[in-house]
Design a protein around this ligand. Structure first.
Ligand code: DQA
Length: 151
């Protein structure tokens, strides 16, 4: 069950391979390292972390709906979402974020705009509260800061 002030972090396909997948693009940190840095950032902000990864689009849709309900119930502030390649293809994720009215910060480890043209389009950006692109895995910490209320 989500805590009073949960931050969700959702990771999409192939992000379970972080550390070994194209390290020249994504770096050498593993997904476990990313979870640890997110946990540290949340703890510093007095927030609880709910960190997940799936290779399946429907899981991400379900989690976005769940997180939207948690925000509406006052138990969460929103979600950091790195949807991986679904970023560039998924109307379903766009509709889920919009439909659930979930505050989302979209994250990409790499600068997608310096890469292949098919990575330049994001179906998430038009429904995201903010975007962090190209800062490596540190972008997750920046995105968490963006979601957390400032004192
Ligand atoms: C990514 C960029 C996407 O284009 C790619 O499909 C990924 C990772 C990133 O974090 O840089 O899987 O989202």
């Amino acid at each position: 069950m989500a805590g009073v002030t949960t931050v969700y972090v959702f990771n999409g396909p192939n992000l379970n391979l972080l550390g070994t997948r194209r390290p020249e693009v994504y770096g050498t940190a593993t997904l476990a390292d990313v979870e640890a840095l997110c946990r540290e950032e949340c703890a510093a902000a007095g927030m609880e972390l709910d960190f997940r990864q799936s290779n399946h689009e429907g899981d991400l849709v379900d989690w976005i709906q769940e997180a939207g309900a948690a925000v509406k119930a006052g138990r969460a502030v929103g979600a950091v979402v790195n949807a991986g390649a679904y970023t560039h293809t998924s109307v379903a994720l766009h509709d889920a974020i919009e439909g659930a009215e979930l505050p989302v910060v979209e994250v990409h480890i790499s600068n997608v705009h310096r890469r292949e043209p098919f990575r330049h389009r994001s179906y998430l950006s038009p429904v995201a509260a903010g975007i962090v692109v190209g800062f490596g895995v540190r972008g997750y910490a920046l995105a968490i800061r963006g979601l957390c209320p400032t004192s």
